[in-house]
Ligand binder design. Structure first.
Ligand code: PMP
Length: 451
């Protein structure tokens, strides 16, 4: 490895980091991580911290998951690549399809289509939705509906259904025909409604109103995260997703669950949809599918949708989407090992238990720290603190204050993720009780420093 000075200097000079302003990386050197074990990461200066981010919500089994590492090494040795485009496939991708079909069978999923990550999965699902309607002779159904505050990756279709202006404005004009309804975000919403259950009724009414306004026969799909992740862990009341499902059924609109964050146990169940008791028509998955060790993703396709494509005799069912790395054998081998470990350790149970511990600890912190405007979570290992400088007016804290919270937490042994005025916590699902305590005490120190 190059020496520390070389790395620090060249990161700033030559590396444009995603989701960053190039000028910021020059002014404030990012933390360079050089090693990780279990749930801990070590930076270039040898400082070790608990990673409360879990990589990027993806390293569910921690950084030392040997079976996944071994599977990657063995697959690289035996078959490092072979395409799955028409005419050829590879054994790892076939075995994985069988496993995923079983894993997501209770969600009504029947087939897999492979991608290289979450943004790809969203892109493919949205394309398949239009194609499904075309096969059925309803080619006028081309529009998409989604939630404000939702995050669906950064490809153009994904950015178009994205509900956060930060990922849209610089790239407009985006895809026409994408419309957003308010998220069931009890802390801030246009209805000024803080009761989560009543808020759901208002959001569902807004959805139905938008469908009426656009014309149901122009809409292909509604896409949503079962729990909104990047938007600040917005947890809808349990009636929301079932309500969306029944409205979609009523108007024959496909429901796409973006499970890129929620899938594989993070919510305390094996999928976010299952957590809410809903069967979507398609599921976008990525991230934890390979524990973050290999870029990989998939779209899971429901039975009815699959049959429509498979029964097509017009030729309209031919899939014109695909990536060189769709079904990459090394990614597939990683995912097979990952699924086995995920089930063997039943990480969803630990996610539920440790998630409750974390959420209750955060509620406790909110009793002492007036910077905390809202605490969100309570469903597995995804929590957020929304920080405000004034609780009455809910004024978001400034960048400097959030930077101080995170810097102090880091010095006290925990890496947290700041997104706007939210602190997002999404550690590995194998995390232990004492590490959650550590996250809470470091946050306490960070919040005290910024008070
Ligand atoms: N959907 C959701 C819900 C996500 O959280 C993300 C990534 N954070 C994506 C899609 C995009 O995934 P990727 O970054 O792997 O392209």
């Amino acid at each position: 490895m190059k020496d520390n000075n070389f790395l620090k200097e060249n990161n700033a000079k030559h590396f444009w980091q995603p989701m960053s302003h190039p000028a910021d990386s020059l002014a404030n050197l990012p933390t360079i991580i050089t090693e990780a074990h279990g749930v801990r990461i070590t930076d270039i200066d040898g400082h070790e911290t608990v990673d409360a981010v879990g990589g990027l919500w993806n390293v569910n089994l921690g950084f030392s998951c040997q079976p996944v590492k071994d599977a990657i090494a063995a697959q690289l040795h035996r078959l490092p690549f072979y395409s799955t485009f028409r005419g050829t496939t590879n054994d790892a991708a076939v075995e994985l399809s069988w496993m995923l079909r079983n894993f997501f069978g209770p969600d009504g999923m029947a087939r897999c289509f492979y991608t290289s990550g979450g943004s790809d999965s969203v892109e493919v699902a949205l394309r398949l939705a239009r194609q499904y309607h075309k096969i059925r002779g309803e080619g006028g159904r081309t529009k998409y509906l989604s939630l404000k505050k939702g995050y669906h990756g950064t490809h153009t279709l994904g950015a178009s259904v994205n509900g956060n202006a930060n990922f849209r404005t610089q790239y407009e004009p985006l895809m026409p025909g994408c419309f957003h309804i308010p998220a069931p975000y009890a802390y801030r919403n246009p209805f000024n409604e803080s009761d989560p259950e009543k808020l759901v009724q208002l959001c569902l009414a807004a959805l139905e109103d938008e469908i009426g306004f656009q014309g149901a026969d122009t809409i292909a799909a509604f896409i949503m995260e079962p729990i909104l992740g990047a938007g600040g862990v917005i947890v809808p009341h349990e009636s929301f997703m079932p309500g969306v499902r029944s409205i979609c059924d009523k108007y024959r609109i496909l429901l796409i669950a973006d499970e890129v964050v929620c899938g594989f146990g993070r919510t305390g169940d094996w999928s976010g949809s299952r957590h809410w008791g809903v069967k979507p028509d398609m599921m976008c998955i990525a991230k934890a599918i390979t524990n973050g060790y290999f870029p990989f993703g998939a779209v899971m396709i429901g039975e009815a949708l699959a049959e429509t494509f498979e029964d097509d005799t017009s030729g309209r069912g031919a899939i014109g989407s695909g990536y060189t790395y769709s079904g990459h054998p090394v990614g597939a081998a990683a995912a097979i090992a990952c699924l086995k470990e995920t089930e063997r350790l039943s990480v969803k149970d630990n996610a539920a238990a440790r998630g409750t511990q974390l959420f209750e600890g955060l509620l406790e912190l909110a009793r002492h720290h007036t910077l905390i405007g809202d605490v969100r979570g309570g469903h597995g290992l995804m929590c957020a603190l929304e920080l405000v400088s004034d609780r009455g007016n809910k004024t978001p804290i400034g960048k400097q204050t959030s930077a101080l919270v995170s810097k102090t937490a880091y010095e006290n042994g925990v890496m947290i993720r700041v997104s706007g005025n939210n602190i997002i916590l999404s550690p590995s699902l194998i995390i232990e009780e004492s590490d959650i305590d550590k996250i809470l005490s470091s946050l306490d120190a960070g919040l005290s420093a910024a008070a």
